[in-house]
Design a protein around this ligand. Structure first.
Ligand code: URP
Ligand code: ZN
Ligand code: ZN
Length: 469
């Protein structure tokens, strides 16, 4: 007998939409049929849409920030928030600080995560110190062990890689067949803009956006693409904010380059004006993230890209700092200049509802495209398809039941994160996740995250970008 049967399901995958029953046994989908037979647990999904559980391929949890700043979410609260928002798997970043061995970093991150995750989890690695031994010895061993993706930065004092280092990392990625995620913003241009703004007394959070205009992102995106062409490696440009960097990605895709792209909720739901706060005040710090949200024309461009395949995945870039906290956004230094305000905003819980509502409910994208962007493509590009990211026999029974008609006003009081605000306060969405199922077990029902943390670490294969799944 089955463990669970989901009856009357409108099943939506990246390619299909149909009505059927889903049978689950030992955490996996074992039957999809008109009638899957008897089961110990019955779930009636009448009126609901059943989609693959969301995979959020870009979240920051418990990431070290230096001495006087602390990230709001660790694994427990961050993954609880993910489950509440219909996400069944997150991919946070194990950060290498200069001088650290990658293996050490990964082991410490596992220790931090162990026993705390409500959803499944797998790590990318941030490389900040690409020494010959890191790239020649540690990285190959870690890729073989299933850490098949990493991130590099073209900005931030303590993380930036110069062009020679980027090329070395890309070269190692091609050799080892690992996916490189690139934070594309030009370091020197941002430093120049920051100095000019500060000299002019423009230090409010709003000027964070002015310090990193779209041209800075466009230039770095083009540079990363050119380096990837030289080294002949696939790359993914992450958190793309608007039309100009998108045009570089479209140019590369047209030339047949293996360039993938990610965008995030802040680029469809916020603009740089949000950084003005109430009257150019510190409230604007709640929206400080990099790249910054842009303008209405950029939002239009992002929707075009979500529809036409410029974007492959839609992630949250959840990077939460508490607002009323001297170790968060309200850092003393941050009050003196935007340059010190911790970069990042929470969003793991609101990622799917915002895309569902603004995308599907408003007729901008199909439900199938939603699934591709939020589950199937991340699974393919990060080496875990078809175990994850689809509804198929043999796949993990990671499922989200959506009420496509439910109207909800997003508010901090609904959130399960440990942050003290949501940047999407007051936004009304249509479509809401009402049940999240992780490997056959209900982990969220009607807004309540149930049970103890039972998320598992997922070992990954090589990215589909190298010709895999
Ligand atoms: O502002 C952001 N996005 N902070 C998170 C770190 C990153 O660059 O992804
Ligand atoms: Zn980044
Ligand atoms: Zn990020």
């Amino acid at each position: 007998m089955l463990d669970t049967a989901i009856r009357n399901a409108t099943i939506i995958t990246a390619g299909d939409r149909y009505t059927a029953q889903i049978g689950i046994k030992n955490g996996r989908i074992t039957a999809i049929a008109e009638d899957v037979g008897p089961a110990a647990e019955e779930i009636d999904a009448a009126g609901m849409w059943v989609m693959p559980g969301g995979i959020d391929a870009h979240v920051h949890l418990e990431q070290p920030q230096g001495e006087d700043v602390v990230m709001a979410d660790g694994f427990e609260s961050g993954t609880r928030s993910a489950a509440a928002g219909g996400t069944t798997m997150v991919m946070p970043f194990a950060l290498q600080q200069k001088g650290q061995s990658l293996r050490e970093v990964v082991e410490a991150y596992h220790a931090a995560a162990r026993g705390k995750c409500y959803v499944d989890c797998s790590f990318h690695i941030i490389i900040t110190d690409p020494t010959p031994s890191v790239l020649g010895q540690e990285l190959p061993a870690l890729v073989k062990a299933g850490y098949t993706s990493f991130k590099v930065f073209m900005t931030y004092d303590d993380m930036v890689l110069n062009d020679a280092q980027l090329l070395d990392v890309f070269d190692a990625a091609r050799r080892e067949r690992a996916m490189v995620m690139v934070h594309a913003e030009g370091y020197d241009a941002i430093r120049y803009m920051t100095r000019k703004l500060e000299e002019a007394g423009r230090t409010a959070p709003y000027y964070h956006a002015a310090s990193r205009p779209e041209s800075v992102e466009r230039e770095a995106t083009h540079r990363a693409i050119s380096h990837a062409e030289l080294t002949d490696v696939p790359i993914m440009i992450v958190h793309v904010s608007g039309r100009e960097p998108m045009e570089q990605i479209q140019w590369a895709k047209r030339r047949g380059r293996n360039v993938y792209a990610e965008t995030c909720p802040q680029y469809i739901a916020l603009t740089a004006d949000d950084l003005k706060g109430l009257n150019m005040d510190f409230e604007g710090a709640k929206y400080v993230c990099s790249p910054p949200p842009r303008d209405a024309d950029s939002q239009t461009a992002i929707w075009e890209g979500l529809r036409d395949g410029t974007f492959d995945i839609f992630s949250s870039d959840h990077c939460p700092f508490r607002f009323e906290d001297p170790m968060g956004k309200s850092l003393e230094r941050g009050r003196t200049s935007f340059r010190w305000v911790p970069n990042g905003i929470p969003g793991v819980e609101t990622r799917l509802p915002l895309l569902f509502s603004e995308g599907i409910s408003k007729g901008r994208i199909s439900a199938e495209r939603f699934v591709a962007l939020t589950a199937t493509n991340p699974a393919r590009l990060f080496g875990m398809y078809p175990q994850k990211g689809t509804i198929a026999i043999g796949a993990d029974a990671d499922l989200t039941l959506w009420d496509p008609a439910r109207k909800i006003t997003i508010s901090q009081s609904l959130m399960h994160h440990a942050c003290d605000y949501t940047p999407y306060e007051g936004m009304v969405v249509t479509g809401w996740p009402v049940r999240t199922i992780l490997r056959g077990r209900t982990i969220m029902l009607d807004g309540e995250v149930t049970g103890t943390p039972a998320g598992a670490y997922v070992d990954r294969g090589i990215s589909g970008a190298f010709g895999g799944a």
